[in-house]
Design a binder for this molecule. Structure first.
Ligand code: AMP
Length: 402
């Protein structure tokens, strides 16, 4: 069993799957372009659990949602995704046109040990998102055990992500296990000092996250648009920069809480300012006392980049969510890219455990071409943020030993 936040959770090491019908919850919610899967990352992540269970003689029954259908909708069928997954794992994957009832029952009954079956989109049934007991029971009837390998859906208490864990013996799949182990090392029992970098557009969407982090980390680097709100709260004139000025009292409260918890808040000390929110807009770096009144802060400045580098040098563990500037627009990705490369180099030198997550953050690290050098990158958007907020994830809690 693997240790994590509180009680340990059960893994595939705790069960003999041979001959068992294994309901395996995976994340098959892949991006599609013109009817084709455009990014295989999620499929690559679940492949090892699928092949391990099949190789051990389990009957693999894949459960997943796709999109946000309202009832049965052919455009959200999992069938094309299952076909791509079959190519990836280099084995046939049978498909059942419904995830409960006769089509599913017949397909499950036809499975031999080591076979793989994918059931149709669980969200074709409203009982999935309602965690409806009758729907959970119908799913549970198809399996002997439930393995959850979808960390990215674990913040939702749906039938296939949580409900089944109350009906069947429940285990973490290998991807879930790796994610929980990595996240545990980053915040629950980290090597100290721990530094967090939080960026992105707004304070309002990351309030819970900031509040949780100041209580846990030794230093909190704040960048991006949200840093402007903090600078404004400190009396810095930020011109026309994106900011939530009404949240100045909130920003001050977070800074007070940080001080009480001995967490250093690292704000930008200079800024790159432009006059238009667009790529290659003419820009210039200014000290905080000289931000032009009609300018917009779009990135942290060179002195801030050096300071963030020094903070990373002092850290043993780094947790990162959110870009330090408007990274989609060249050259306002400079601060984010520099910090990412610095963290990657420290990680490669075995001086740093680095964990990052969230949609934009993963995109920014990919842009900096350093994603592979980080200790762990979580592709789970909402679930990663809720974990950073310190909230229990229902789909994880249900895997813990009681
Ligand atoms: P979030 O989804 O909250 O992580 O925010 C990410 C977005 O914040 C990205 O689209 C960035 O372009 C944007 N962003 C970061 N820094 C700034 C800034 N200084 N001004 C405007 N937008 C920013």
């Amino acid at each position: 069993m693997s240790p994590t936040t509180s009680k340990p959770f059960r893994t595939l090491d705790d069960v003999d799957v041979a001959g068992k019908r294994v309901l395996l919850r995976v994340d098959l919610n892949v991006p599609m372009e013109n009817g084709k899967v455009s990014d295989l990352t999620r499929l690559e992540r679940v492949a090892p659990t699928i092949t391990e269970i099949a190789d051990k003689g389990g009957k693999v029954i894949l459960l997943a949602h796709f999109g946000r259908p309202k009832g049965h909708d052919a455009k959200d069928s999992l069938q094309p995704v299952a076909a791509v997954l079959a190519q990836l794992v280099k084995r046939p994957i049978a498909f059942a046109a419904d995830c409960i009832g006769e089509p599913a029952e017949q397909a499950v009954a036809a499975l031999r040990n080591g076979d793989i079956l994918c059931l149709e989109n669980t969200r074709f049934h409203p009982g999935e998102e309602k965690n409806d007991p009758a729907f959970v029971a119908a799913l549970a009837a198809l399996g002997d055990i439930w393995v959850n390998d979808a960390f990215s859906a674990a913040h939702r208490a749906h039938a296939s992500t949580e409900g089944l864990g109350h009906k069947l013996p429940a285990y973490a799949g290998r991807t879930m296990q790796a994610e929980l182990d990595a996240l545990g090392k980053a915040l629950d029992h980290p090597a100290k000092p721990v530094v967090a970098i939080v960026g992105g557009a707004k304070v309002s969407t990351k309030l819970d996250l900031l509040e949780n982090l100041v209580a846990k980390v030794d230093a909190l680097v704040i960048g991006g648009g949200m840093a402007n709100t903090f600078l404004h709260a400190q009396g810095v004139k930020i011109g026309k920069s994106l900011a939530e000025k009404d949240l100045a009292p909130t920003a001050r409260r977070i800074m007070d809480k940080a001080e009480a918890a001995n967490c250093a808040i690292i704000l930008p000390v200079d800024a790159v300012v432009a006059y238009h929110f667009e790529a290659n807009a003419p820009s210039h770096a200014y000290g905080l006392d000289a931000i032009p009144p009609d300018g917009m802060i779009l990135d942290v400045g060179p002195q801030s980049i050096a300071r963030i580098g020094a903070v990373i040098d002092d850290a043993a563990t780094l947790v990162w969510n959110g870009p330090l500037g408007a990274f989609e627009l060249n050259p306002f990705d400079k601060g984010t890219v520099a910090a990412a490369r610095h963290a990657a180099a420290r990680t490669k030198a075995k001086k740093l455990v680095s964990v990052a997550g969230g949609g934009d953050t993963v995109a920014a690290l990919n842009q900096a071409k350093v994603a592979d050098a980080f200790t762990y990158i979580s592709t789970a958007g909402g679930a990663f943020l809720e974990w950073m907020e310190g909230k229990p994830l229902p789909g994880v809690e249900v895997l813990r030993t009681k």
